[in-house]
Every structure is written in structure tokens, then in C-alpha cells.
Write a protein that binds this ligand. Structure first.
Ligand code: NAP
Length: 249
């Protein structure tokens, strides 16, 4: 264990079986948090992350749940409260893409991306709000995207969902500020995961001033900072871009 800034805290990571969520789960556990790893279909990958955390001396368990489904989310939070008695940190990370030009986009591809990427964030945030308000303490960190700030041809559904997450983040930050709960968003640029592995890399790379793609660990470091007390205690309603300088405003 390197540092234990989150010792004694329980952190729920949605979509923690792969990519950014996995790196976030490992980083939070390394900081001393008990990690609850949510996954939807990758049972074995989720179990590997749990074993990796335990091998490093950390605490973690996994719960299967479809974060786009209200009943499934309510059951997920119920199970976390049953097993851990509390939830101190929520990382809304689970997300998907279903790319296509708007003119030809199927309504179901619009809807499924909105259902997980935006409604899922709402459902999880609502479900943890009561226990967090009761304990007068909480950190909610939403993974949005620079695409939600700048738009992207072929990703109208995804960009709308991620822009929605920014509005949701700021509204929740205002609602919960007096209750000791901070709500922030992290906006990654291009991070090397399953989500981006089939994209044409060269033109994107040319638009990144730092000259490299991001790694899941780059996002995990920022999430760990936003979860840490007192380091990030006075930060709320913010969108932190982690994109190698791709989008500057
Ligand atoms: P990824 O490698 O494709 O992983 C997606 C994760 O979401 C998996 O753990 C998956 O779990 C989970 N998931 C999918 N559907 C779910 C559902 N219905 N309920 C619960 N979990 C579900 O993606 P990633 O690149 O790590 O992306 C993570 C987040 O970062 C997403 O919100 C994404 O939009 C955002 N982001 C990524 C990039 C990038 O460049 N990669 C850039 C900006 C923002 P299972 O495998 O168990 O289904």
C-alpha cells in the first residue's frame, strides 16, 4: 500500500470490470478504500480485478447490475448498504457507444446510449443520495467526455449523453453542497481501452498537443484526487479535462 488517503471509505465503481473503471477500482483500493466493483456481463474480468486488489492487500467485492435499469440499480445500492453499511464514494463510470450518423441513427441506438450513459448516472446518484445525505458526507464523480463539450460527428447520442452528465453534475453539486456531498465530473479525451480500439487513431493523435493517447491510469489518478479528503474537499460542480490538451477553451 502506498498511501491510504481513503482508508475506511467504501467506494462503488460502476463498470469496473474493464478499461477506465478497472484502473479507477485499482487506484481507489490502493488508497485504502473498500471497493465495490459493479459489472454487467464481464464476470471473469470483474473477478480478476477483485483478485488483483486482494493480492495487493486491498478489500473488494463485485456486484452484477445493469446500471441503465432502475430496479437493478436500486438492488445494487441495497446490496452495497447491506454488505458495507455505507457508501462514501460513487464513481459513475459505466458507459457505451453506438456510433452512427444522426440522419441514419436508429432510435434504439439513441435510446440505449442515453439510458446507460445519462439515465444510469441519474439512477445511481439518486440511489446513493439518501444514505450520503444521512451521513452528511459523500463524493460523486461522473465520467463524462470531452465529446460532451465539443460534439462529434457520428456520436450525437454519445455527445448528448455526456453533455447531459455535465448538466446533471452541476445541478447535483448545487443540490447537495449544503449536505457535505461534492459532485464533480472528469472528461477524458482519447484513452486506450476497448471503447477506442477500433477507431482510426492517426487524425486523433494529431489533435493532441501532448502527442500521446491517454491511459486508464491517467483518469484513475484524477478520480483518486477528487475522492481524497481533504485534497479535493473544496471542489464541487467542476469538469476536469484529462485529455493531453486536446480541448482548450
Ligand atoms: P470500456 O473499456 O468499454 O468499459 C466499459 C465498462 O462499462 C465495462 O466495465 C462494462 O462492463 C461496463 N458496462 C457496460 N454496460 C453496462 C451496464 N449496462 N451496466 C453496468 N456496467 C456496464 O469503456 P472505457 O473506455 O473504460 O469507458 C469508461 C467510461 O469512460 C465510459 O463512461 C466512457 O464513456 C468514458 N470515456 C471513455 C473514453 C475513452 O477514450 N476510452 C473517453 C471519454 C470518456 P461489462 O464488461 O461487465 O459489460
Amino acid at each position: 500500500m502506498t498511501n491510504l488517503l481513503l482508508d475506511g471509505q467504501t467506494a462503488l465503481v460502476t463498470g469496473g470490470s474493464r478499461g477506465i473503471g478497472k484502473a479507477v477500482a485499482l487506484a481507489l483500493a490502493e488508497s485504502g478504500a473498500e471497493v465495490v466493483l459493479n459489472y454487467s456481463s464481464s464476470f471473469e474480468k470483474a473477478e480478476e480485478v477483485i483478485q488483483q486488489i486482494k493480492a495487493n492487500g486491498g478489500k473488494a467485492y463485485k456486484i452484477k447490475a445493469d446500471v441503465s435499469n432502475e430496479g437493478s440499480v436500486d438492488q445494487l445500492i441495497k446490496e452495497v448498504l447491506n454488505q458495507s453499511g455505507k457508501v462514501d464514494v460513487l464513481i459513475n463510470n459505466a458507459g457505451i457507444t453506438k456510433d452512427g450518423l444522426l440522419m441514419r441513427m436508429k432510435t434504439e441506438d439513441w435510446q440505449s446510449v442515453i439510458n446507460l450513459n445519462l439515465t444510469g448516472v441519474f439512477l445511481c446518484t439518486r440511489a446513493v443520495s439518501r444514505p450520503m445525505i444521512k451521513q452528511k458526507k459523500g463524493r460523486i464523480i461522473n465520467i463524462t467526455s470531452v465529446v460532451g463539450l465539443m460534439g462529434n460527428a457520428g456520436q450525437a447520442n454519445y455527445a448528448a449523453s455526456k453533455a447531459g452528465v455535465i448538466g446533471l453534475t452541476r445541478s447535483a453539486a448545487k443540490e447537495f453542497a449544503s449536505r457535505g456531498i461534492t459532485v464533480n465530473a472528469v472528461a477524458p479525451g482519447f484513452i486506450e481501452t476497448d471503447m477506442t480500439k477500433d477507431l482510426e487513431a492517426e487524425p486523433i493523435l494529431a489533435s493532441i498537443p501532448l502527442g500521446t493517447f491517454g491511459k486508464p491510469e491517467d483518469i484513475a489518478g484524477t478520480v483518486k484526487f477528487l475522492a481524497a479528503d481533504p485534497a479535493a474537499a473544496y471542489i464541487t460542480g467542476q469538469v476536469l479535462q484529462v485529455d493531453g490538451g486536446m480541448v482548450m477553451s
